[in-house]
Design a protein around this ligand. Structure first.
Ligand code: NAP
Length: 494
């Protein structure tokens, strides 16, 4: 087992100024490891080391194809250690090994895609309006703060660190307190792959101190944040004061829509995966289900039966579909949402409690839950639960559907199940969301931009343009005159 007692500050492994914290396995409450915690002084030191590293000609003048080779090496190293990363992440978060393996491989793929995109990212000659050449070029921002949540640690880390490094920056990564171990392991991998010293710091610690210090530090030129909307707004307000760019990937309450002509087997499998995989702890979880009233009773009967058949258990058990929640406190929060919904009149169709029996008593488990018979304005339809909780609503026609589906502060994702492609297209264009899945759900490609509208976020990650989000554009004008500029040229004497 790796020693997690040290943190990675400016290329150096050492004790953090914030002491130590425990990482607890939510499957049984056992201690996974103690890990180091950063302090505000560590943030300042990481910024200074980053500033030196980005100014160093070794990094500043490194050509894109050479930086790309480095990113490839990081991707290869992540893949080579994917099993270890997956096991660590399963212990830290409770997620199933199937999922954590996929997250590790996705992180490796992110580095490789970013390397390829970097090699093909061109600057431009623009059209001049006079005797000069005009160029639009892009330069690094300098120091980027990357703040990530606990739900997909290695994938979120890679999604920010790969493009930020590709763009030529140094990065201060602040992982979530519940999942610092994987980010510290990630730092070891990046270091061993040969990233020049000081370009990456990994600073575990509380968001309110370490995260806040990163956001406020005058030397930090951009924040890339993934997390809750309340935190995102707080960061945006501070960034506004500094006139600092931010990209914000925030919460969601995404609708999934089933039209009467849908392939029911496909729709049920997609809805189960969309809400109950990752134990519902997913920003894009399809947590509001809209089913056409003509098929609602039969559809819901089948969906409830399929939900009750899901296998809840430890993430290390190969047959498990739904692991524990990330922490006991989070499980209690999820349960409180369900109790409040029931108290407000919702009907519980299944779940609504922790599973009983041996193997469940020590872990933060909660059964996949479906609620129905709620008014769309109710809290359970409006608030992000971030757990295995689905709320089902019948709709009558397209206007009724759109009015409810778009009645949300969020706009992250949407699922549509129908065989009518024209209808799917029309609906997809009317839904307020950054991503719409048609006859599928929760599928991702690193080449396709991702982000939210409304309170689900600001900016986009992924895709070739994802690297540009970590750069600042500059315009160059090259004079081609063989005469001085006419305004200052002395007039010929009278
Ligand atoms: P969170 O409480 O907002 O925390 C996210 C990160 O921000 C953590 O590292 C946290 O540190 C840090 N943080 C907290 N307060 C801060 C502050 N004042 N200044 C700077 N950093 C601060 O969110 P979470 O509970 O970890 O994650 C769940 C949320 O993330 C959900 O809302 C989910 O929808 C969203 N999410 C969105 C996406 C997306 O791509 N749109 C993807 C995944 C998750 P601590 O660990 O100390 O709290």
């Amino acid at each position: 087992m790796m020693d997690f007692s040290e943190i990675f500050v400016g290329g150096q492994w050492r004790a953090g100024g914030g002491g130590q914290a425990d990482s607890i396995n939510p499957a049984d409450g056992s201690l996974v490891a103690r890990h180091g915690v950063a302090s505000v002084a560590d943030v300042a030191e990481a910024v200074e080391a980053g500033q030196r590293a980005v100014a160093d000609p070794e990094w500043r003048t490194m050509l894109p194809h050479v930086r790309a080779r480095l990113l490839h090496r990081i991707g290869d190293a992540i893949e080579a250690q994917a099993e270890h990363i997956a096991a660590l992440q399963t212990a830290d978060t409770g997620k199933t090994l199937t999922e954590t393996r996929a997250l590790a491989l996705s992180a490796a793929g992110t580095f490789r895609y970013t390397a390829a995109a970097l090699e093909t990212l061109d600057d431009a000659l623009t059209t001049p309006r006079g005797p000069y050449l005009t160029m639009s070029v892009h330069e690094p921002i300098g120091i980027v703060g990357a703040i990530t949540p606990w739900n997909s640690p290695i994938a979120s880390d890679a999604q920010k660190v790969a493009p930020a490094l590709a763009a030529g920056n140094a990065v201060l990564l602040k992982p979530a307190e519940w999942t610092s171990l994987v980010s510290l392991k990630f730092a070891r991998i990046v270091e061993e792959a040969g990233l020049p010293r000081g370009l990456l710091s990994v600073l575990p610690g509380p968001g309110a101190t370490v995260g806040d210090a990163i956001v406020r530090h005058p030397g930090v030129g951009k924040i890339s944040f993934t997390g809750g909307t309340v935190t995102g707004k707080r960061i945006a307000a501070i960034a506004g004061g500094k006139l600092m760019p931010v990209s914000l990937e925030l919460g969601g309450k995404s609708p999934t829509i089933v039209l009467p002509d849908a392939d029911i087997d496909h729709a049920i499998a997609g809805i189960l995966f969309g809400i109950f995989s990752s134990t519902g702890q997913s920003c894009i979880a399809g947590s509001r289900l809209f089913v056409h009233r003509s098929i609602y009773p039969d559809f819901m009967a089948r969906l409830v039966a399929a939900t009750q058949a899901l296998r809840v258990g430890r993430g290390t058990d190969g047959s498990t579909q739904v692991g524990p929640l990330v922490a006991f406190a989070h499980r209690d929060k999820v349960a409180a949402h369900v109790e409040a919904a029931k108290a407000a009149g919702a009907t519980l169709l299944c779940g609504g409690q922790a599973p009983q029996g041996e193997g469940y008593d020590k872990g933060a488990f909660y059964l996949p839950t479906i609620l129905a018979d709620v008014d769309h304005g109710a809290a359970i339809c409006q608030e992000e639960v971030f757990g295995p909780v689905l709320v089902a609503i019948a709709f009558d026609d397209e206007e009724h559907l759109i009015a409810q589906a778009n009645n949300s502060v969020y706009g992250l994702a949407c699922g549509i199940w129908t065989r009518d492609f024209a209808k799917a297209y029309a609906l997809a264009r009317r839904i307020a969301a950054g991503t719409v899945w048609i006859n599928t759900y929760k599928q991702f490609s690193i080449s396709t931009p991702f982000g939210g509208v409304r309170e689900s976020g600001l900016g986009r990650e992924k895709g070739r343009e994802g690297i540009r989000a970590y750069m600042q554009q500059k315009s160059l004008y090259w004079g081609l005159n063989d005469q001085p500029l006419p305004w200052a040229t002395p007039k010929t004497a009278l």
